[in-house]
Design a protein around this ligand. Structure first.
Ligand SMILES: [Zn+2]
Length: 286
């Protein structure tokens, strides 16, 4: 296992979605809608089946809502997001679905745009006023950035990098457990600190959380994690040296598992699941 490469699909950059930025007028005609109410995406429900709302610019006309945000075009169809007032009564055939639940119910690119919509809506709601002087912020043309109307401050939608790593040693992998996780184990993960590279972050977190050294570090893939603004960056690494020693205040267990002894692992929405599945598939091929 000297050279680990991912056997998952290569990142799809041609997914039919073209991002657009303000100021961009919303075209007339049909659009795909991403309205959020109380952090849930409003979708059309027909029995067990749900689908994205489609309709003209007037779709939200009868509901109190924030500014319409034109996110881009999916296969030529405008995608529009907005926050609907929490008190509004939505039509009977609409329902609100949380992003975690939505993952298994929706096509990949539609889900991606929904997570993008939730983050841009959140950004708009939290960037109305300058954090330095309290003056109103105004949109910076050509992006989602906003600038203070009085001073120099400008801000952009936050993306917080965090790393997650699958550590292997022969036919076993390292999993960790936090209090409150029940029977489920996960991978070592952590936020990148200011002034730190991703690679340094992986080495530091592994040392801090498990007490061991690693080598053969490889980047595998990344995943936006909209709870609320993370970008998860996934790696694999090989165990090098040291004795397992879980960090006292964060983890209550770190342990090696083989394919046969694998416990309950993270849900399929997560990058951890994908990294573990990759490893399981490789083990199967042996
Ligand atoms: Zn200011």
């Amino acid at each position: 296992m000297e050279n680990i490469t991912s056997n998952t699909d290569t990142p799809n950059t041609n997914n039919g979605f073209e991002r657009l930025y303000p100021p961009m007028p919303i075209p007339d005609g049909q659009a795909i809608w991403f309205p959020f109410q109380k952090h849930k995406l409003l979708v059309k429900s027909q029995g067990q089946h749900i689908s994205l709302l489609q309709g003209e610019k007037t779709l939200l006309a009868n509901l109190k809502h924030d500014e319409l945000l034109y996110l881009g075009n999916l296969n030529g169809m405008p995608c529009i997001a907005s926050a609907v007032d929490a008190e509004e009564h939505i039509p009977a055939n609409w329902q609100g679905v949380g992003l975690r639940e939505l993952y298994s119910l929706m096509d990949g690119i539609e889900y991606t745009i929904a997570t993008y919509a939730s983050q841009i809506i959140n950004w708009h709601q939290t960037s109305r006023y300058c954090p330095v002087c309290g003056s109103p912020m105004a949109s910076v043309p050509g992006g989602w950035g906003r600038r203070c109307t009085r001073g120099d401050y400008s801000g952009y939608p936050p993306v917080i990098p965090a790393m997650i790593v699958l550590i292997y040693d022969g036919d076993r992998i390292l999993l960790s457990h936090k209090p409150g996780w029940g029977k489920r184990y996960g991978l070592i993960a952590g936020f990148v600190e200011p002034g730190e590279t991703l690679e340094e972050c992986v080495h530091r977190e592994v040392k801090e959380e498990a007490g061991i050294e690693i080598d053969n570090l490889h980047y595998i893939k990344s995943q936006p994690w909209p709870f609320p603004n993370q970008l998860m960056v996934g790696f694999t690494a090989r165990y090098k040296s040291g004795t397992l020693q879980p960090q006292d205040n964060e983890l209550d267990d770190v342990r090696w598992f083989t394919r046969e002894t694998l416990p309950e692992t993270p849900p399929n929405i997560s990058l951890a699941y994908m990294l573990i599945s990759d490893w399981l598939n490789k083990e199967q091929d042996k």
